[in-house]
Design a protein around this ligand. Structure first.
Ligand code: FE
Ligand code: ZN
Length: 512
């Protein structure tokens, strides 16, 4: 008699249920040493609802189909010199930031979900983490393969792994991720699966993908879609783990809420890079950061937390600060990169007249009042041959590692927001209440932070001259600085057969 074929769900159950056992040669606590010390209490791992429901054979089949399509599109993009159809070469700077800052996190996620796939006591949770680990490796690979085409034609993409470990602004995403990885398994999964992938991921992927579509980057749109179908499974895992923890034991609730508060804030701070990408680096912006925040955070997350309210969970702490900052964030971050553009492996520039008007329209409460005057001054300085860079090093937040450029948006947006904590008679500075609370809960963790500015001053980054530090980063001289007149810009003009005049645009700025 032929064996009855199991449906996919049954196959997944067979894969994830009854495969574990109580160990006898060694106590369970020694075999699974990491899943209790955070204080999360699990009474019954069998109550775990499998979020993926995809057995390994069907998983490989689906992913292979997706990869086949993706690689076919990448091939044709390369053969047809797809880079020539971009809206403008400025666009590529967003992709440089992506491969330097985001792709290494995908690889980090691959590594750490594999760790969780070994160390959770429940086999259902272990299998889900193994599957996600494979997804994340694939994300890192497809991103590298897609963007390698641009590496042939543009500067700054030649050594993202080395850069990720050393460069000041890449220490922001790296330190967030390593903060999660050095927490326990429940903290990590809350951070990445819930705070990042469930709550905030749309703010990375939607603008980034529609941004790619608006700027003629078909290759990136394709890898984005290919990753997003995995993302929906990851989001299911994020929601499942939260509900599972709070349902298992009442003692878990305050711990889970603290994880959510902390990692919402840390992940949100990293998204400052996305905000500037969206509003300033995309030549054609489909949507402003503020508009995306209103939809993907304010609307969607209020609904989510209304639902989670029945478990006793509330909105992440300081979400109202993040919402108030949405009117300022991209402008403050871009101004910082413009000032330190000589020490970045992507180009910066001042927005042209059209872009400034777009910003005024999208940010009626803030742009003209706080940012336009400064940016117009910068443009006048450029026109006078005085494009400036700042050579001094900024103070960094001890937690998020971002230079202290954020302001007190709730009270006085012209005043820098800064908090001071004392620990063992030393002073530590943070950028606001969100980072301060994180510091003060675990000061012994954050006093060890590898702060790029401190490391440079201590002589650990190649030398004391800017050029020595940039060498140590493996930046080439043509990687950073002003876009106008850069090697990327010149190449673009040669391809397009234009000598696009920046001075026209500047004259307009003066006239207005
Ligand atoms: Fe991923
Ligand atoms: Zn901070």
């Amino acid at each position: 008699m032929a064996a009855k074929r199991l449906n996919m769900r049954k196959r997944y159950e067979a894969l994830t249920r009854g495969m574990g056992w109580e160990t006898t040669h060694q106590p369970m606590d020694k075999v699974f040493p990491y899943d209790t010390y955070e204080g999360i209490k699990i009474k019954d791992w069998d109550k775990w609802e499998d979020p993926f429901r995809l057995a390994v054979d069907s998983y490989w089949k689906y992913q292979a189909e997706k990869d086949k399509k993706l690689y076919a599109i990448m091939d044709s993009f390369a053969q047809n010199n797809g880079q020539l159809n971009l809206s403008d070469a400025r666009y590529i700077n967003a992709m440089k930031l992506f491969i330097q800052g985001v792709t290494p996190l995908e690889y980090g996620a691959h590594r750490h979900y594999a760790h969780l796939g070994r160390h959770f006591r429940g086999e259902g949770a272990r299998v889900a983490c193994q599957m996600q680990s494979i997804d994340e490796l694939r994300h890192a690979q497809t991103q590298i393969h897609t963007l390698s085409h641009y590496n042939k034609h543009f500067n700054g993409m030649h050594d993202p792994w080395h850069m990720s470990d050393r460069v000041w602004y890449l220490s922001v995403p790296k330190s967030y991720f390593e903060d999660a990885m050095t927490g326990g398994p429940f903290e990590f999964i809350t951070s990445v699966s819930f705070a990042f992938e469930y709550v905030l991921t749309n703010l990375l992927f939607v603008p980034f993908m529609s941004g790619a579509a608006f700027n003629g980057d078909q290759a990136t749109v394709t890898f984005g879609f290919s990753a997003q179908s995995d993302e929906s499974r990851h989001m299911t895992l994020g929601l499942e783990i939260i509900k599972f923890m709070v349902e298992q034991h009442e003692d878990n609730l305050p711990i889970v809420q603290r994880f959510i508060d902390k990692h919402f804030w840390r992940a949100y701070r990293v998204l400052g890079l996305v905000a500037m990408m969206q509003d300033y680096m995309l030549p054609n912006s489909p949507m402003s950061w503020k508009a995306a925040w209103d939809i993907y955070f304010t609307e969607n997350c209020s609904a989510l937390f209304d639902d989670l309210g029945r478990y006793g969970l509330r909105m992440p702490k300081y979400h109202e600060v993040a919402t108030a900052e949405a009117e300022h964030l991209s402008h403050q971050v871009w101004a910082t990169f413009y000032n330190y553009g000589h020490a970045a492996a992507f180009h910066t520039w001042m927005p042209d007249v059209k872009k400034m008007d777009w910003l005024s329209e999208k940010y009626p409460n803030t742009f003209d009042e706080y940012y336009r005057p400064r940016f117009e001054t910068f443009r006048e300085m450029e026109a006078a041959g005085e494009r400036h860079y700042i050579n001094g090093l900024p103070q960094l937040c001890q937690v998020c590692q971002i230079p202290m450029v954020f302001t007190d948006v709730l009270n006085d947006p012209t005043m820098v927001s800064r908090r001071v904590s004392i620990h063992n008679n030393s002073k530590y500075h943070t950028c606001g209440d969100g980072c301060r609370d994180i510091f003060e809960f675990e000061p012994e963790k954050y006093i060890q932070a590898w702060l790029p500015v401190h490391q440079i001053y201590q002589g650990n980054c190649g030398g004391s001259e800017v050029s020595e530090v940039l060498d140590w980063y493996n930046f080439q001289p043509e990687d950073g600085g002003e876009y106008v007149g850069s090697a990327d810009h010149q190449r673009w003009q040669e391809w397009k057969g234009t000598a696009e005049s920046v001075s026209d645009d500047r004259t307009q700025a003066h006239a207005s």
